[in-house]
Ligand binder design. Sequence first.
Ligand code: NDP
Length: 286
Amino acid sequence: MIIDGKQAAADLREQLSKQVDQLQQEKNIVPGLTVILVGEDAASEVYVRNKVRQTRELGMNSREIRLSADTGEEALLARLEQLNQDKGVHGILVQLPLPAHINEAHVLAAINPEKDVDGFHALNSGRLLNGSGDALVPCTPQGCILLAKRHLGEDLSGKHAVVIGRSNIVGKPVAILLLQENCTVTIAHSRTENLAEICRQADILVAAVGRAEFVKGEWLKPGATVIDVGINRIEDAEGKTRLVGDVDYRGAVEVAGAITPVPGGVGPMTIACLLKNTLVAARRYG
Ligand code: NDP
């Protein structure tokens, strides 16, 4: 089975759209998301454009702030402080990566945690780890769980989940979410020994490695649910670039019970979960 992330994202947006209407009718609150883009990274421009368009389609307020690549850290922090104080802004997202002269950690720490719809602020990471239920949860990991449930149903308990990758934005939070779903979780990384053997034990395999077609079909347990987070651009034999995941799709699709494609898997869910977080922030703190 191919887990259709585009359809899953469309279904989620449809639910969110109803909830946005409801919030407006009951409390006269229109959720508002502001995205800040510093510089002119081509991939970031595409992501920001998609985020802005989808926010508007859902009936939310959307604002895009574009700052030149030479914007100083102080100027960016001052801008964030204005947005932190602005009552019409429920979600603030600073598109990463930032130009090298800006310290990413300083910027993420300066976003009001109640408006931190990317879920990267240390307070939200801590809340997620504590399981206190009030975290704004990073979007891509949320999307991974929703896609796994689309195939396996709501109850993931007892499944052995193997996560390859331990970044703060994908690997670690997805592992915590799987733990909260009562999975038995193994986190693998670049120093892991016998990786293929560990992957073969996975009922759910999440690949967040950042290496094109790294996970091979023969590493999978037959019937496993494979969530491929990777987005890698490679050149084919004719010199054309195309997107591939961290999993060797052609080999994996023969063995897996279900798999997310790239593109059209985790990617669309990430934006839908960002919209969800904006709605959550508006409901909680609006
Ligand atoms: P990072 O580069 O921050 O992390 C990669 C992780 O993979 C690290 O923990 C690293 O281990 C591990 N790793 C690297 N090489 C190996 C190896 N040979 N064996 C085992 N583990 C290895 O990447 P991100 O987490 O930010 O992103 C992962 C992928 O997901 C990328 O392709 C990225 O483009 C994609 N992505 C997709 C999103 C979406 O919306 N679909 C959103 C965000 C990311 P170590 O810690 O030891 O270095």
